[in-house]
Design a protein around this ligand. Structure first.
Ligand code: ATP
Ligand code: MG
Length: 431
């Protein structure tokens, strides 16, 4: 029997995990500047949290849910996306209360699960970094969230990005548009894919999101939602466009764009990359929008919301393809060279003491000859080596070497344990 990871999952190994940490760290720092704080919600939720919000004709609900009944016969789902869980938590913890500032700004990062056909940039367990902001209608918030997403991607050195925006308007808008879209699509009904036939009357906006090539052709000439906007919706969208202009953010309006989830309204956006990683095909890395109404749907008071989700795997595909050298630091400060088995204990004591003093320390565990140990020390790019043999042990001394200059000094073990920083300074200066 050979064990393998489940289809569509990945092991993130050392060498790779540093990149993840780098990306997450950068995101945390940027979110702090925008005053977003982290929320950690459960990885599984009641099935209804997602089924009621994503939309019954969405890909997520129709085919992609990882759901099961637990031993207490509760219908559970591994979260397919981050927003619904955050909204559930927002309502349950009454974060809309007067003691909290508006907008209530929060971010999350972690694994999401969708039963998809695995391929490059599409997994069954994948990771998102996302933000949500609650309680503000002002289109300035929409634009700030979009700008934050772009700044995040730019901070990783991503250059060739495309921002697509659209509006899904308010309820009134969508009702008008829905009728127009059905009228347009009905004559093509027999030519549509099975999914789209199914969705035509239930949720025609979903047809616009079809990945079927024939559907895409049909949809090309569909009426534009922009011609059906209510005054309020038009006003909101125009303001968003003007504010993007004010920040000098370039965008294209794609009136056929809808999102994979049904809860969006007003502003929606996608940030795409045509990196080599995607063979030049514009691929969405980050997507989001407004979801006024979602908080109410999950039992809270009427509260507007705005957010985005960024696919970490897709971002890393771009970073790898661009040979974008991430400034990842993994410097070894001290390698303790212990010569002979008699030094085993002292090597342990020294290494531990140095680590407690704040240095990163490696040693040999295999009783190897000095030559082999020094080789490892330079392969690991150690800044210093601290060498101790039987004689040094008897004298309670060690040899400290600054690798860059090759300068060496004799140091007392007591000094190493008391104040290594001092000795490090000394051997560097003399070199
Ligand atoms: P798609 O149309 O590609 O299926 P979606 O509309 O389902 O995307 P969202 O729900 O908006 O995607 O998720 C936001 C981001 O999360 C995507 O832009 C993508 O970067 C990432 N993402 C979504 N699904 C997956 C997946 N199965 N594997 C890896 N990343 C994913
Ligand atoms: Mg999808």
């Amino acid at each position: 029997m050979k064990y393998q990871r489940p289809k569509g999952t990945a092991d993130i190994l050392p060498g790779e995990s540093e990149k993840w940490q780098y990306v997450e760290e950068k995101a945390r720092k940027l979110f702090k500047k925008y005053r977003y704080e982290e929320m950690r919600t459960p990885i599984f939720e009641s099935f209804e949290v997602f089924s009621r919000t994503s939309g019954e004709t969405s890909d997520i609900v129709t085919k992609e849910m990882y759901d099961f009944f637990d031993k207490g016969d509760r219908h559970i789902t591994l979260r397919p996306e981050g927003t619904a869980g955050v909204v559930r938590s927002y309502v349950e913890n009454k974060l809309y209360g007067p003691e909290f500032q508006k907008p209530y700004k929060t971010f999350y990062m972690g694994p999401m699960f969708r039963y998809e056909r695995p391929q490059s940039g599409r997994l069954r367990e994948f990771h998102q970094i996302g933000v949500e902001a609650f309680g503000v209608e002002n289109p300035a918030l929409d634009v700030e969230v979009i700008s934050m997403a772009i700044n995040l991607l730019k901070s990783f050195g991503l250059e060739s990005l495309k921002l697509s925006i659209n509006t899904l308007g308010d309820k009134e808008t969508r009702e008008q548009y829905r009728q127009a879209l059905i009228s347009y699509l009905e004559p093509f009904e027999s030519e549509l894919s099975d999914d789209s036939k199914e969705r035509l009357h239930k949720n025609p906006l979903r047809v616009l999101d079809s990945k079927d090539e024939k559907d895409k052709k049909i949809v090309e000439n569909a009426p534009s939602i922009l011609d059906y906007l209510s005054d309020e919706s038009k006003n909101h969208f125009d303001t968003v466009c003007n504010l993007l202009d004010s920040l000098g953010i370039k965008y294209v309006v794609d009136s056929n764009m809808v999102r994979g989830l049904d809860y969006y309204n007003h502003t929606i956006f996608e940030i795409m990359s045509d990196s080599k990683a995607f063979k030049g095909k514009w691929t969405t890395i980050c997507a989001g929008g407004r979801y006024n109404g979602l908080v109410e749907q999950l039992g809270g008071p009427e509260t507007p919301g705005m957010g985005f989700g960024l696919g970490v795997e897709r971002l890393l595909l771009v970073l790898d393809a661009d040979e974008n050298q991430l400034p990842i630091e993994n410097n070894l400060e001290v390698y303790v060279v212990g010569i002979g088995e008699v030094t085993n204990t002292e090597t342990l004591v020294l290494a531990e003491s140095l680590r407690i003093q704040g240095f990163s320390v490696e040693r040999d565990y295999l009783n190897r000859k000095p030559k082999g140990q020094f080789k490892t020390a330079s392969r690991l790019n150690a800044e210093f080596t601290l060498t101790i043999g039987e004689q040094e042990l008897n004298e309670q001394k060690a040899n400290l070497k600054y690798m860059e200059s090759g300068n060496e000094i004799k140091v007392s073990l007591a000094d190493v344990k008391n104040n290594f920083a001092n000795l490090a300074e000394q051997v560097k200066k003399e070199g």
